[in-house]
Design a protein around this ligand. Structure first.
Ligand SMILES: Cc1cc2nc3c(=O)[nH]c(=O)nc-3n(C[C@H](O)[C@H](O)[C@H](O)COP(=O)(O)OP(=O)(O)OC[C@H]3O[C@@H](n4cnc5c(N)ncnc54)[C@H](O)[C@@H]3O)c2cc1C
Length: 438
């Protein structure tokens, strides 16, 4: 482990905590957490000339960034708390097979968070959040192209996202939302057009929407290939290396403490997903994060060949065809930080997918997976500097959009850390917004 004493106490030219870091030589950054967010932060930091070390508790890309649906959907990047969700929440929350389940035993411990989430289910917050997402997601497709052009190899397809609805009212609701957000281009499909486009769908569906610019990637490959690219580039990536805490001196951190060493740096990025609050709290800035547990089932050698990534609107399930595999993903469970796999929810996921795509689960091996989405009560990620620590930054809270937003998050965070400001306005994502609201 190289800890470079000569630079450990080096002061930035410009006082960190004001506009930015303004370091007078390559800034050394420790990225804590090697999920898709941490890895893309590391990638963009390297591009801006930083020296980067990634410290990951288990294996890079093995947590929430592994078994997700892999959609890159800037057009439908909106906060989870939405107008109309309150009624649905009341209907769903205590049913273990519903799209959103709150485990009663865990609910008590998250009452404050739930109340805040509830408050944000209104039109004004939703529109403001959607606008902030639109700005952040604007260049994500181009950044994925740049990543691929830079030699990071991953499976990717660009034929859009197909939404299928059993209930015409749900189709109309989704369309109204997309139109209100002024997204496009999209095609509205009646039942026949939908079945022509995707013959594997069951009969009796009401219609669909084809959102043309959307993409999907194989998320495990994005993580593995980005890590490989970073290693080739000389970046140190430590796996099975948990950061226990940050070593602080006044309002600055000077090292990340792992069980075996102290890794010194000029700046630190907490990108530990749903668990980011622990390290942030230790720096004096607890963050209101909950884990939004989701499930997926990945079938190898699927018997059904889907033409498009599908969103099954009536059951809130995503189905993504990959090369030689197919993944059914969805459900949101608020039950705290744990990876317990609830068989009832997996069964509901499978039932919902089978109902809309008969035979979808037939094929080779089926791998069941569970992951914890980092959830904030206002539905926006937390991106920026901690108010209590001048050189500690946080990048988490991407909810259902971490794959979509990873490249743009990485770029914005790298600009903030190395250049002192990012092209994207990060104010809506500031960690301090929670403190401000008390
Ligand atoms: C079912 C499901 C489907 C989804 N589908 C999509 C989709 O289609 N499109 C999309 O955009 N998003 C999707 N998401 C959301 C997306 O998966 C997440 O937003 C994203 O993976 C979060 O990435 P992350 O890097 O913040 O967290 P993680 O991937 O969880 O990474 C955090 C990392 O930090 C490490 N860590 C934690 N504590 C420490 C510590 N103290 N020291 C060192 N390391 C530590 C962990 O081991 C972990 O590897 C889906 C999620 C689920 C559950």
């Amino acid at each position: 482990m190289v800890a470079r004493e000569a630079r450990a106490g080096e002061r930035p030219v410009q006082e960190a905590g004001s506009a930015g870091c303004g370091y007078n030589s390559a800034v050394r950054v420790v990225v804590i957490g090697g999920g898709i967010i941490g890895l893309l932060c590391a990638y963009h930091l390297r591009r801006l000339g930083a020296e980067v070390v990634v410290l990951e508790r288990q294996r890079v890309g093995a947590a929430c960034s592994a078994g997700n649906a892999g959609w890159v959907t800037p057009s439908i990047s909106t906060p989870v708390p939405a107008p109309g969700l309150r009624t649905k929440m009341l209907r769903w929350m205590l049913r273990p097979d519903s799209p959103l389940y709150i485990r009663p035993a865990a609910a008590l411990g998250m009452l404050g968070w739930l109340l805040d989430f509830w408050k944000h289910c209104n039109a004004a917050d939703f529109s403001a959040g959607a606008a902030a997402f639109a700005a952040l997601a604007a260049d994500t497709l181009a950044l994925y192209d740049e990543l691929a052009a830079d030699g990071v190899e991953f499976e990717s397809r660009s034929d859009g996202l197909l939404m299928a609805f059993r209930d015409p009212a749900e189709q109309a609701e989704e369309l109204a939302l997309l139109e209100a957000l002024a997204y496009g281009p999209l095609r509205v499909l009646d039942a026949d057009e939908l079945c022509d486009l995707e013959p594997a769908l069951a009969s009796g569906l009401a219609g669909g929407i084809h959102i043309l610019p959307e993409r999907c990637v194989r998320p495990e490959q994005v993580c593995a290939a980005t890590a490989e690219h970073l290693r080739r580039d000389g970046t140190r990536i430590e796996e099975t290396c948990e950061v226990e805490h940050l070593l602080l001196e006044g309002h600055r951190a000077h090292a990340a403490k792992t069980p075996t060493e102290e890794v010194e740096a000029d700046a630190f990025v907490i990108a530990t997903g749903a668990e980011a609050s622990r390290l942030a709290a230790q720096c004096g800035s607890p963050l209101p994060l909950q884990a939004g547990k989701g499930y997926s089932v990945t079938i190898t050698r699927p018997r059904i060949e889907l033409r498009y990534p599908l969103y099954l609107g009536s059951s809130k399930i995503g189905v993504t065809p990959f090369a030689g595999a197919l993944r059914v993903a969805g459900t949101m469970e608020l039950s705290g930080i744990n990876l317990r796999l609830d068989g009832r929810r997996v069964a509901a996921l499978k039932r919902g997918a089978e109902r809309e795509i008969p035979g979808v689960l037939a094929g080779g091996e089926a791998v069941e997976w569970v992951g914890l989405r980092p959830m904030t009560p206002d539905g926006l990620p937390i991106l920026g500097r901690l108010a209590t620590c001048d050189n500690v930054f946080v990048a988490t809270g991407h909810q259902m959009l971490g794959v979509t937003l990873a490249p743009s998050t990485g770029k914005a965070m790298a600009q903030l850390i190395v250049e002192g400001r990012s092209e994207v306005d990060l104010e809506p994502f500031a960690a301090s917004r929670f403190g401000r609201r008390g």
